[in-house]
Design a protein around this ligand. Structure first.
Ligand code: 0L1
Ligand code: MG
Length: 260
């Protein structure tokens, strides 16, 4: 077992990148490496550097594990920050081939559009220009979707794909909006934005703090995915997926491809 001081972020990032590119799950890094949270964010940065080196562009960040339902689902109990790139955004109403993914799940979220680089304590309405319903597809690169907190941070918080609905002006309150996840016209999950750290504005504050400590530098015009309002649901090909956030609207996509 290595110590966190002698792990090589680039080496571990390559393992995770290869797993994603080939759709092949890998054992947890924590099985063989003493990766702590700080080291795990360094692996995540190295992973994103590989991807931006191939031409992907950062378009925002995402919070993970911001609800009790999500924490209970994976047995990890701390909010975490991941990064979003342009090639992983699926057009609202579009379709996406999921056959290259390992064991994808989908969850309904709320997204914020950053109006300026946010700083700690900045009022929400100064930091955020608009809100939107969103869907996130997560796909752990670890075998059996099983991981420790540092493992999932290194794996860019299981981020795989996301869809943003129509941006809307900030409503009077974002803290208790009803959320639905529908698959093929059937509601499979119901929740509230209150499930997101009690108020999704807290997710923004937590994300600003995590980005300040571990990067990246948040930018005006970036998307901020605040986290899921329900547990995630396995995603299959040939399905129509829709998230509804009451008073804001919907985000949807259709899946194609063979069984992941
Ligand atoms: O977006 C999320 O909440 C996912 C965080 C990582 C845990 C998971 O893969 O479910
Ligand atoms: Mg999520």
């Amino acid at each position: 077992m290595t110590t966190s001081a002698d792990i090589d972020p680039a080496d571990l990032a390559e393992r995770l990148d290869d797993a994603a590119l080939t759709g092949t799950p890998i054992p947890q890094l924590a099985d063989t490496h003493a990766v702590d949270v700080d080291a795990a964010y360094r692996v995540q940065q190295a992973l994103i550097a590989r991807r931006t080196g191939r031409g992907e562009r950062l378009v925002g960040v995402k919070m993970g594990l911001t609800s009790q339902a999500k924490m209970a689902q994976v047995g990890v109990d701390s909010p975490i920050l991941g990064q979003l790139t342009d090639t992983t955004q699926v057009t609202d109403g579009g379709s996406v081939d999921i056959s290259g993914l390992i064991h994808p799940r989908v969850e309904p979220e709320i997204a914020f559009l950053l109006d300026r680089p946010p700083t700690p304590g900045m009022p929400f309405t100064d930091a955020v220009r608009a809100v939107a319903p969103a869907l996130e597809v997560i796909d752990s690169r670890y075998r059996d979707f099983t991981f420790s907190l540092p493992d999932v941070i290194a794996d860019n918080t299981s981020a795989a794909l996301f869809t943003i609905g129509q941006w809307q002006p900030i409503p009077d309150g974002v803290d208790n909006l009803g959320v639905l996840l529908d698959i093929d016209g059937h509601t499979v999950q119901t929740g509230s934005t209150a499930a997101i750290l009690g108020d999704p504005r807290r997710a923004l504050a937590a994300g600003i703090a995590l980005a300040g400590r571990h990067g990246p530098t948040l930018r005006a015009g970036w998307i901020f995915l605040a986290g899921a309002a329900t547990a995630a649901v396995p995603l299959t090909p040939g399905a129509h997926i829709r998230a509804t956030v009451h008073g804001i609207g919907t985000a949807a996509f259709t899946t194609t491809g063979g069984t992941p």
